[in-house]
Design a protein around this ligand. Structure first.
Ligand SMILES: Cc1cc2nc3c(=O)[nH]c(=O)nc-3n(C[C@H](O)[C@H](O)[C@H](O)COP(=O)(O)OP(=O)(O)OC[C@H]3O[C@@H](n4cnc5c(N)ncnc54)[C@H](O)[C@@H]3O)c2cc1C
Length: 377
């Protein structure tokens, strides 16, 4: 779906060369975190501009939204986007972790009911359209070129092949995802706490698939399978970067790992299946020491990136965008402790995640001597 966002056409692009615009907040990155930040600021009457490198929404990796994200989705006013038939609901997980047995964990007892499996491209498209409907200022197809911090605030240069625009603001928000590009430019380093990577692909099956996620631990990592629509399965294998052979041999590695799995190999035939292209992506835990500083803030994966076993990435990106947006609005209104409150909330959520993560990996004891499970992740 093509939205009417301000994707600047050629003539307009020429006209805005050397353009200068002033806002209270500039947000770089139009994923879930950037959009939630812009929605919150716009609702609070704070002028802001969201800059996104990609002209059109992209299909990203990651689709599971757990049931307990529902109150947040409602607070952000985007719950109804989930009810679109392109997304499906799911009722639980099956997991073989710590033993060969595939254990069922149904959401039936969860007070929030079912979770959602997103059609991620459609979700990103919906978020852009929703922001536009709410009056957000969105520049799509512009990449951040340079950020300079001065006495009066921030000056950012954004550009595409046809034009450059200078934006000035009191604050800049890094919502650029794992790479944290704004922080990199400001000389703020992210800490990477493991070397986990994912191989991801999808496969069309001839039969209908149950609406549940299946997770299986194996000696070299773990598998994740999630239905996408009725007959498509998203497959991911999480392992160490050092265990993945070069790109040319990654398909062989993928098939061998799949063949040796006990449960995932029953869903998909490793020999005969026609997989889509296999993408290799970093997906470990990483974080900034502090998610804000003078004239800047980081939200979403740019601030804290989570291991996908937690299914926490999209929810956290939306939550940090919302809390970050409120903190910025309050700081602009003169409440000096607002940014510290943001840090406190983010840090508390991260600590909860980190404790659960350690416990979860420790509960798999079958391959303690294998590199993946030795804690070198
Ligand atoms: C293998 C894998 C599986 C995952 N599974 C799940 C899952 O099941 N559930 C879940 O909740 N999460 C999952 N995630 C994580 C989830 O996808 C991310 O946490 C989420 O996308 C983070 O949102 P974000 O807005 O912070 O960043 P992103 O979605 O990465 O958005 C950042 C945006 O910034 C733009 N950008 C980057 N640099 C610039 C620049 N210089 N100028 C302008 N724009 C720029 C990019 O184009 C992009 O649109 C998974 C991740 C991986 C890698």
């Amino acid at each position: 779906m093509q939205t009417n966002l301000r994707v600047l056409e050629k003539e307009e692009q020429c006209a805005v060369t050397k353009d200068k615009r002033n806002y209270e907040v500039i947000i770089i990155g139009g994923g879930p975190a950037g959009i939630a930040t812009s929605l919150t600021l716009t609702n609070r009457g704070i002028s802001n501009c969201l800059v996104e490198a990609k002209h059109l929404p992209q299909k990203k990796t990651g689709e599971a939204i757990p049931p307990n994200a529902k109150p947040l989705l409602k607070k952000l006013g985007i719950y109804e986007l989930m009810e679109d038939p392109k997304h499906c609901i799911y009722y639980g997980n099956k997991s073989s972790w710590g033993s060969e047995k595939l254990e069922q964990k149904a959401f039936i007892k969860d007070i929030y009911g079912h979770g959602f499996l997103l059609d991620r491209l459609h979700f990103e498209t919906q978020l852009r359209a929703h922001l536009e409907k709410c009056g957000g200022d969105f520049l799509a197809g512009y990449r951040l070129k340079k950020v300079v911090k001065g006495e009066k605030g921030i000056t950012a240069t954004i550009e595409n092949t046809a034009a450059a625009i200078t934006l000035t603001a009191k604050y800049i928000v890094d919502a650029t995802g794992r790479k944290a590009s704004v922080c990199q430019q400001l000389g703020i380093k992210k800490r990477f706490l493991d070397a986990q990577f994912a191989l991801t692909s999808s496969v069309q099956l001839s039969q209908e698939i149950a609406r549940e996620i299946v997770v299986e631990a194996t000696p070299n990592g773990w598998w994740y399978a999630a239905p996408q629509g009725h007959k498509e399965l998203t497959l991911m294998f999480f392992t160490l970067k050092s265990l993945i052979p070069d790109k040319v041999n990654s398909t062989q590695f993928w098939r061998a790992e799949l063949k040796s799995s006990l449960h995932i190999s029953k869903l998909v035939n490793a020999e005969n299946c026609d997989f889509g292209p296999i993408k290799i992506l970093p997906c470990g835990t990483s974080r900034l020491e502090i998610p804000f500083g003078e004239n800047w803030m980081a939200v979403g994966d740019a601030a804290y990136s989570f291991d996908p076993i937690s299914s926490y990435g999209i929810t956290s990106a939306l939550a940090s965008g919302m809390y970050g947006g409120h903190a910025l609005a309050s700081a602009i209104e003169g409440k000096t402790d607002a940014m510290l409150t943001y840090r406190y909330l983010m840090e508390k959520a991260y600590q909860g995640y980190a404790e659960k993560l350690v416990g979860h990996y420790a509960s798999e004891e079958r391959w303690k001597d294998e590199p993946y499970w030795m804690g070198s992740r």
